[in-house]
Design a protein around this ligand. Structure first.
Ligand code: FAD
Length: 341
């Protein structure tokens, strides 16, 4: 049969990394990325891009751990290459601090990051309101450069990318054999997924080049993540809020919370405010589906719903989505010519 034509819908970190994994694992496929927005206008551009996993209650922990490890290994290799600066990937060390000792002193990802250990009494003196802490080194993506780097890699493989809003996956049926849905929060409307909801996040990107270590309150709400050029200060988690407008009261609150963790931030300059909607579900939707309409079939692979942890697991879920595309290709090849299955 002719090269299977694959459309990837979405150009955030999930769509771009999934397209790349499909090209790497199914070189016979002709892949096109279709998206109504590209960097710098996606949720992925707003993210802090820290590799600290968020837990998906509906996904087995060993699967989440594998996704995280695969992502860490992939980005660690980039951070250790000449491309690290262009790709915006770097190692960062720091502390996660708790007001009281957490139930789980060793999170499931503790052996996937580097040098995980409890903080010493001396280190904890930096945080007088906190009783317990964990020190480790992880990776951070500076998100817009990483998205541009992924796009560059895709273009180098000959992939086409078009600006296009998809109203219904069926509109791609006549042009493509397989459709991969990486629409993030857009999947709420695109495939009518009512289990998917936004968790609004507001962050500040500030100039404070003297801040070199990350600091994260264990409740996940307040964090300071230094990137290559800017430091991300967070944050908020507002369930079911669709508003993309920045709230000045929230900006002040985030700034004050971060200054209480790292007082030197009072001198931070050039504060920019960003808002994004985390595409949240009980579990990432990572599955094959065969849509059927009047006897016609459309092969779909879904990969969306990464919530607060898309950067932390993107490579692992992209590899699994590419494997599912491989299954679709095998089904197409096994079917009689002319049929879609
Ligand atoms: P998106 O980036 O939203 O991409 C979806 C794409 O689909 C877009 O290109 C969009 O234009 C396109 N699209 C949607 N609908 C359609 C349609 N109908 N037709 C065509 N195209 C369509 N994660 C971490 O791991 N670490 C962090 O430190 C971190 N910090 C965060 C901080 C904040 C404030 C926020 C908001 C998120 C953070 N996240 C973090 C989470 C992370 O940003 C998301 O999990 C991730 O960006 C989701 O990527 P995505 O590609 O699925 O979605």
């Amino acid at each position: 049969m002719a090269a299977p034509k694959v459309a990837v819908v979405g150009a955030g970190v999930i769509g771009l990394s999934t397209a790349l994994c499909i090209v790497e694992t199914c070189p016979s496929c002709s892949v096109t990325v279709l998206s109504d927005q590209f960097s710098p206008n996606t949720t992925s551009d707003v993210a802090a891009g820290m590799l600290i996993p968020h837990t998906y209650p509906g996904t087995p922990i060993h699967v989440q751990k594998q996704w995280f490890k695969e992502t860490f290994t992939y980005l660690f290799a980039i951070s250790n290459s000449a491309e690290a600066s262009e790709a915006g990937i770097h190692l960062v060390s720091g502390w996660q601090v708790f007001k009281s000792t957490p139930k789980e002193e060793l999170p499931f990802w503790s052996d996937a990051v580097l040098g995980f250990r409890p903080m010493s009494e001396a280190e904890l003196q930096k945080f007088p309101q906190y009783q317990f802490g964990q020190a480790f080194t992880t990776l951070k993506c500076d998100c817009p450069p990483y998205l541009l780097w992924l796009q560059k890699r895709l273009k180098a493989t000959g992939i086409q990318m078009y600006n296009r809003k998809i109203s219904d996956l069926w509109e791609l049926h006549s042009e493509y054999d397989i459709v991969v849905n990486c629409a993030g929060i857009g999947a709420h409307q695109l495939v009518g997924d009512r289990k998917l909801f936004p968790v609004r996040g507001q962050v500040l990107k500030v100039y404070a080049p003297w801040v070199k270590n990350f600091i994260r309150d264990g409740d996940g709400l307040t964090y300071i993540y230094p990137g290559i050029h800017r430091v991300t200060l967070g944050g908020t988690r507002e369930k079911e809020s669709w508003s993309l407008s920045a709230d000045p009261g929230t900006t002040k609150d985030i700034f004050d919370r971060c200054c209480s963790l790292e007082p030197s931030l009072r001198e931070a300059q050039d504060i920019k405010v960003k808002v994004g909607l985390r595409p949240t579900r009980q579990c990432v939707r990572l599955q094959r589906e065969v849509l059927s309409q009047a006897g016609v079939k459309l092969l779909v692979v879904h990969n969306y719903g990464h919530g607060a942890g898309g950067f932390s697991v993107h490579r692992g879920t992209a590899k699994e989505a590419a494997r599912l595309v491989g299954e679709c290709v095998a089904a197409l090849q096994g079917s009689s010519s002319g049929s879609k299955l």
